[in-house]
Structures are given as C-alpha cells and as structure tokens.
Design a protein around this ligand. Structure first.
Ligand code: HAM
Length: 423
C-alpha cells in the first residue's frame, strides 16, 4: 500500500525538538503567571459567524484562508484561524465580564489558515497569546509589551525589534478612511481585484495588501498615525511614554495596520530579520470594540499572539541555548531469571520520580548493556540472583566509568538526589 504523508502545511514536531517546545511553553506560562495571567483553553473550532464578525469579513484571513465546513447537522463551523475571537466569545459566555478588572488570560493553541506555503508559514501553526480585558489606558499596553520583552530575554532571544503604531478609533478612522479613499480614487483601476472590492467596504485593508500592483500605491498613501483624533493621539503618546519608562526600545512604523479588523488604537509587532519573508514573530494590539461586536457590553481589550514555529526558528538561528530532552538516569539490566525483580525495582524507582528503564525486548545481557550505552543513561546496574540475595547492587556511573557497591535503598537515595540536580 502507498504511504500516507502529512497534509501540506502541517509538520510533525519530533523529539528532540519537542524539548525546546516544552521549554518555550514552560517559560511562557511562568512569565504569564508572574504578570497575573491565568490560562484559558478554548475549542479548536467555532461557529463560522464568530470569525466573520470578530476577525472581519473583509480580511484575508476570513475571505481566503479559513478552514470552513458544514458539520453533520448542517451548521457552518471553522477551525480557529486565531485565538482572540474564541477567547472573547468564552469571556462573554462564561460571565467573565463580571470579574474584577482587568481580566488577564493566556493561551497556547494551534491555529489553521489555508495560506501559501513559505518558510515560517504553515497551514497548521501554534500561537502563545495573551488577552486582557477591562483596562482602557495605555499602561496596560506597555505592560503587555513588557511581558513579551521579559519572555524574550528569559529565552535568550535577541535581535528582534518592536514596531508600534496607532490605528485610531472609529471616529478618527472614519475621517481617515475618507482621506484614504480620496487618495486612492485616481488609482482604483491599478489596484488588485480584492482591494477594489475593499475600497468601499474597508479601505484600511488596502494598506495591508501584499500584491505587487498595490504596494507602490499604498506606499504614498496618507498614514493613519498622522490623522489621529486628540484622544487617540494622547493614548498613543502615553503608550510611548510608558514604554520609555520601562526602558523598552521601539520604532514607530506607520505602515502597521495588522491584518485583522478588530484593532483600535495601539498595534504592535515584534519582527526579526531571520524568519524568511515571514519576519513577524508576534503581533497584537488593542481591540476596544470587539467585545461589543461579539455581543457584549463595550469593554476595552488588548492582546497579542506569538507564532511559536517562528519563535523557535529564530532562537535556533541565534543559537540560543535551549535544553535538550531529559537524560534518562538508570538502566537496570536483568541477568538470567531476574527479569521480574528488575522490573519491580524499575517501577519503584519511577514511583520515586526517577527516569528508569529495564529490558522489554528479551535481549541478552550484552545487548542490554549496548542499548544502555546508546541511550546515554547516566547509571546502569545488573540485577541477578546474587544481588537479590545480598540486597546490594554495583551501580555503574557511565560518565565517570566508576562503580560502587550500594544497597538498594542507598541507590534510590543517590539516584533521587542526582535527578533533583538534573531537574
Ligand atoms: P496575527 O498577526 O494574525 O495575529 O498572528 C500572530 C502571529 O502568529 C504572527 O505574528 C505569526 O508569528 C504567527 N502566524 C500567523 N500566521 C501564521 C502561519 N500561517 N504560519 C506560522 N505562523 C503564523 C493574531 O492572530 C491575533 N489574534 C493576535 C492578537 C491577539 N491580537 C490581539 N490579541
């Protein structure tokens, strides 16, 4: 029979790479908890309408990239292309709006977008994200960015730059949209077909278009940052000031409008030179109208999502020190009929928290020791009738090439101690 391969745009994450993923996940959860974020887990698929309303039906994500299907009951469902809409839905559905503000949530999810394959761009990918509800002022914006800054520092990630912008509120956006349309009107025929359809419905999306026909036109377009209302300008100035207080470097990039419709005011991205054409490791921003859009009371919100594949690619490029898989502690070889005893002691060691293995393959003693050497166990021992009668084993330190005779209890204490040091 022919072999079945993984679907295009997906990838298996195998050991030893999984150890780096576990480390990135652990440090993220740890940093989030220091900032008062608690983990939320949301469904992989949602009603399609949530993304149409939340992410916006003029975005590339909704128009071109969603994995949408009818379930057996004829309801339209979509594999989540991102986490924010689902978190907002859950926040409302589970009454979190009545919790004391701010409500801080973090997540670690897979997301699905039917995109063209490129380095750092997948159809199934992973995101670490944070969302915080209930705080309108720019302090929370800076705090969120500082969480990322700390996370990157703890992972040893350097050479990323923070780009920030403001895309205003519905008031200044409406005025700006008119200005943008006036500018675009003489170029309308030269825009791509998608942008022509966006001209009336959502002209801001044209700024984000990657088509070569649109790029030169967009380059000369007026910037939203130069057209903010006084309230949005004050908010943006406050954001910059708080970043400076926290000694976080940033660059103002008037071209960042983000690819999703829910953003208001603050938007930001962390970019790197290394992740192919997909230089954005992380993107986020404020979405003060989204909770209302999904059916709740007006509630300010802000968040980000970090592409985990891109983060790990970047760490590898920068040769950041990442832990490998935990080294197994002890291999217990069985001599003659002592297999039962070897297995029994192995189970006991595991219950004491020690990484221990014994033979499952019916191998000869020589083959067992060869296996132990290949798997880089730190210690090994052989259990036979003599060891059981004497209550003592010879514990071999495979690093030091030394041996010591110890009781089972002494070995247990020594191994537990060794493993504690290893973590
Ligand atoms: P986004 O910019 O669409 O924002 O995605 C965030 C990050 O996910 C990107 O910066 C990138 O690292 C990663 N990413 C996106 N698409 C792919 C892909 N096809 N393959 C690999 N990585 C990818 C959001 O998703 C928003 N929900 C972020 C947010 C949260 N804004 C506010 N709260």
């Amino acid at each position: 029979m022919s072999k079945i391969s993984a679907p295009k745009g997906t990838r298996d994450i195998l050991p030893p790479e999984t150890a780096a993923w576990q480390h990135a996940e652990k440090v993220f959860a740890d940093v989030c908890s220091r900032y008062g974020y608690q983990e939320i887990r949301i469904p992989t698929f949602e009603q399609t309408e949530l993304f149409q309303r939340g992410v916006g039906d003029t975005t590339d994500v909704v128009q071109k990239e969603m994995y949408t299907f009818d379930d057996k009951g004829g309801r339209s469902m979509t594999l989540r292309p991102e986490g924010t809409a689902g978190v907002v839905r859950s926040y409302l559905e589970n009454g979190m709006a009545s919790l004391p503000s701010p409500v801080r949530l973090f997540y670690n999810i897979t997301a699905f977008r039917y995109e063209k394959m490129q380095k750092g761009r997948y159809r199934e990918f992973h995101q670490f994200g944070c969302e915080v509800f209930g705080s309108e002022g720019p302090i929370v914006d800076a705090e969120l960015v500082s969480l990322l800054d700390l996370y990157f520092r703890e992972l040893g990630l350097k050479e990323t730059s923070l780009r920030i912008n403001s895309i205003g509120c519905p008031v200044c956006r409406a005025e700006y949209n008119q200005k943008l349309k006036d500018y675009l009107a003489p170029h309308l025929d030269a825009l791509c077909e998608t942008c022509q359809s966006r001209y009336d419905r959502n002209p801001l999306r044209i700024i984000d278009c990657k088509e070569t026909s649109c790029k030169p036109i967009v380059r000369e377009a007026p910037a939203l940052l130069d057209n903010l209302c006084p309230e949005c300008q004050t908010h943006f100035d406050g954001f910059c000031k708080h970043l400076e207080e926290l000694e976080i470097n940033y660059t103002i990039d008037k071209g960042i409008v983000r690819g999703l419709d829910y953003y208001t005011r603050t938007v930001f991205e962390f970019v790197s030179e290394h992740v192919g054409t997909q230089g954005t490791i992380c993107g986020g921003g404020r979405y003060d109208g989204l909770v209302e859009q999904v059916g709740g009371q007006p509630t300010p919100g802000i968040g980000f999502a970090l592409g985990v594949e891109r983060l790990l690619m970047e760490l590898e490029q920068q040769q950041a020190a990442m832990p490998g898989p935990a080294r197994p502690s002890i291999y217990i070889a069985a001599l003659g009929d002592a297999g039962d005893q070897a297995r029994k002691w192995t189970w006991k060691l595991r219950s004491l928290g020690i990484r221990a293995e014994t033979d499952l393959m019916g191998r000869s003693l020589k083959a067992q020791m060869k296996y132990a050497g290949k798997q880089s166990f730190r210690f090994s021992t052989v259990i036979g009738d003599d060891e059981i009668t004497a209550g003592k084993i010879r514990l071999k330190d495979m690093n030091e090439h030394s041996e010591s005779e110890v009781s089972f209890e002494q070995a247990e204490a020594l191994l537990a101690d060794h493993q504690k040091q290893q973590g």
